[in-house]
Design a protein around this ligand. Structure first.
Ligand code: DOR
Ligand code: ZN
Length: 352
């Protein structure tokens, strides 16, 4: 493939990290994702969180009802459970038997609806041991939460104080370091190998490939560019772009599209999360094109995720064209509205 094409064909991608919430907003956000992706890993940070297989099945049924209402029959939600101090080894084994694809580890207090998250990983020893034994992946929000640690350093400190000790203790545990934002994380995952096999991978969001922390403050405070982990310096964005476009199968697509109503973002204490689902593939194409690496997009978006999760690759093809698309300034979100990433701007690439 030439690296300045006007059209590219890809195996249909999946989104390996997605928030679709619940209730009356779910249908609107699900429609955007299902238009582009064949599958998505559904994050369990609802209120209350999805902590058991039974809760996940009920949530999956509600997702299916929304897909039916949308007339979508070509999208599969992949369900996860929320790890707590009380998750039992039995629940892990049951989850594995019932097709749950991972457990999400939120350090308590790290982000949206993480209050019920893990207070100390030592409390999860039995669950982690069972996950390692059955091959259940641990999906990690990699930030320490201590108020003494600068918010821009929380991911790097997490690597040294939580992730590395965890991997030493459970060397065969499959880990996805979610939505990485730093050079330290990109290099850690790139260089990680235990006994000749790679047990750790990372997802990367479109916003962390396209923006640095200036974007939160350009001309005034920009709440729609605020997410967690927060955007970092340009050197980190460059390291992430290098990792994503390197062809290294340890890095794959996960949008972390995280819908919050406009009013919950534009307020004195606004929620964290960027809504990238509207044209996520266009955003990734723009990032890859910016470094002349569109030929690496298919591996990142469509192959490396299913390979890591031991799921089949999709067979359907999709086409992206270089045709400017206007991003609306607002979109419907249940009874409210949402401001998508790049609202009111244009994106060069669109899905046919
Ligand atoms: O910005 C974020 N929003 N980061 C997260 O980790 C959670 C997410 C959400 O659920 O809103
Ligand atoms: Zn997330």
């Amino acid at each position: 493939m030439s690296n300045s094409p006007t059209q590219i064909q890809l195996t249909q991608p999946d989104d390996w990290h997605l928030h679709i919430r619940d209730g009356d907003v779910m249908k609107d956000v699900l429609a955007d994702t299902a238009r582009q992706f064949a599958r998505a890993i559904i994050m369990p940070n609802l209120k209350p969180p999805i902590t058991t297989v039974d809760l996940a099945k009920a949530y999956q049924d509600r997702i299916q009802a929304n897909l039916n209402a949308l007339g979508v029959n070509s999208f599969t939600p992949l369900m996860t459970l929320y790890l707590t101090d009380n998750t039992s080894a039995d629940e892990v084994r049951k989850a594995m038997a019932e097709g749950i694809v991972g457990f999400k580890f939120y350090p308590a207090g790290a982000t949206t609806n993480s209050d019920a998250g893990v207070s100390d990983l030592k409390r999860c020893h039995a669950a982690l041991e069972a996950m390692q034994a059955v091959g259940m992946p641990l999906l990690v929000h990699g930030e320490v939460t201590s108020s003494e640690i600068d918010i821009f350093d929380r991911e790097a400190v997490f690597i040294d104080t939580v992730l590395e000790p965890l991997r030493k203790k459970f060397p065969d545990l499959k880990i996805v370091f979610e939505h990485i934002t730093t050079k330290q994380a990109a290099h850690y995952v790139r260089d990680a190998m235990t006994g000749g096999k790679n047990t750790i991978a990372a997802t990367i969001t479109p916003q962390h490939l396209l923006m640095n922390r200036n974007a939160i403050f350009t001309g005034g405070i920009r709440p729609h560019n605020y997410c967690l982990p927060v955007l970092k310096r340009e050197e980190h964005r460059i390291a992430l772009l290098e990792a994503a476009t390197s062809g290294n199968s340890s890095f794959f697509l996960g949008t972390d599209s995280a819908p919050h109503a406009k009013g919950a973002k534009e307020t004195a204490c606004g929620c964290a999360g960027c809504y990238s689902a509207f044209n996520a593939l266009g955003l990734y194409a723009e990032a890859f094109e910016s470094v002349g690496k569109l030929d690496q997009l298919e591996g990142f978006a469509s192959f490396f995720g299913p390979d890591f999760y031991s799921l089949p690759r999709n067979s359907k093809k999709i086409t992206l064209v270089k045709q400017a698309q206007n991003i609306p300034s607002e979109l419907p979100l249940g009874y409210a509205t949402i401001v998508p990433l790049r609202a009111g701007e244009t994106i060069a690439w669109s899905l046919v």
